[in-house]
Design a protein around this ligand. Sequence first.
Ligand code: IPM
Ligand code: MG
Length: 355
Amino acid sequence: MKIAVLPGDGIGTEIVAEAVKVLNALELPLEMESALVGGAAYEAYGHPLPDATLQLAKQADAVLFGAVGDWKYDKLDRPLRPEQAILGLRKNLGLFANFRPAICYEQLVDASSLKPELISGLDILIIRELTGDIYFGQPRGRRTAVDGHFPGAEEAFDTMRYSRPEIERIAHVAFQAARKRSKRVTSVDKANVLETFQFWKDVVSEVGLQYPDVELDHMYVDNAAMQLVKAPKRFDVVVTGNMFGDILSDEASMLTGSIGMLPSASLNSSNQGLYEPSHGSAPDIAGKGIANPLATILSAAMMLRFSLNQEASAVRIETAVKKVLEQGFRTGDIYSAGTTKVSTIEMGNAVVAAL
Ligand code: IPM
Ligand code: MG
């Protein structure tokens, strides 16, 4: 089982090191190879996604990814910015299905800014389409950009588009996921304003006819944003486009107390996948040893489940994470009085001990 390890920027290196430590502790026949990506790759090779890194990712069964980005690259022309590395990996590997679970761990129910009764027991799965929408619209070129900006320009634009096959395949992913859960799908759109999302809604409804056992409802994205903080437990599987999914998954993560807890999986049609925490590179706390590695460790569990067919090992990691929370270990982002504050490395060690 070949894993490409791409730590990236900011806290990426610290949290990925802990996930690798946990994977090694499983004593599975895993072959891990690391490469630079994002700002780190730009510094070394002048490009955020060097060809060698892309080839390593393509040839692997799975990619374990940290995070990319730093404000210091804000002036770079867009194709050279660290974020292009993750977008390029998603596009080149065809990783169209992004799973972003938002689960509230009972021990962290007080870490959320929402009332405990609203979020206790929360278990939402956001399924975000990841290779279409306004993120990959035409035209992408920006001939007049200088240092990533447009001095003197009168307008700028991006185009939003979805094709029928793109919507159909993500809808199937959502309905199939719902069959393994509580059989409810909410499709989030903006059909009242955007043609792209009227089409989205129509195609999702058509695909839904093939899943009569799954209940489908449709919700406008603004209302969904409101319902997520008003009554989050009304949701089970949420399926939406790339842009709305980006925004709603950040919102949903905060329901659970900390974005530092949430893993994600991005899969293509052959179950090759990229696994990364839902959070970013957090340059403000990079190098301090205080980042929460649990989202990345839980992403490694998803990798074992979805791409490497090692369900038992995935469950072992998830159980170990629950155990360290029960034992009271907390990084700063989830710390509360009466618990034990630990560093990134200590948290990784605690998970290995629990394993
Ligand atoms: C995410 C991130 C990325 C996105 C950025 C880093 C390009 O916010 O994975 O949610 O917008 O998709
Ligand atoms: Mg995002």
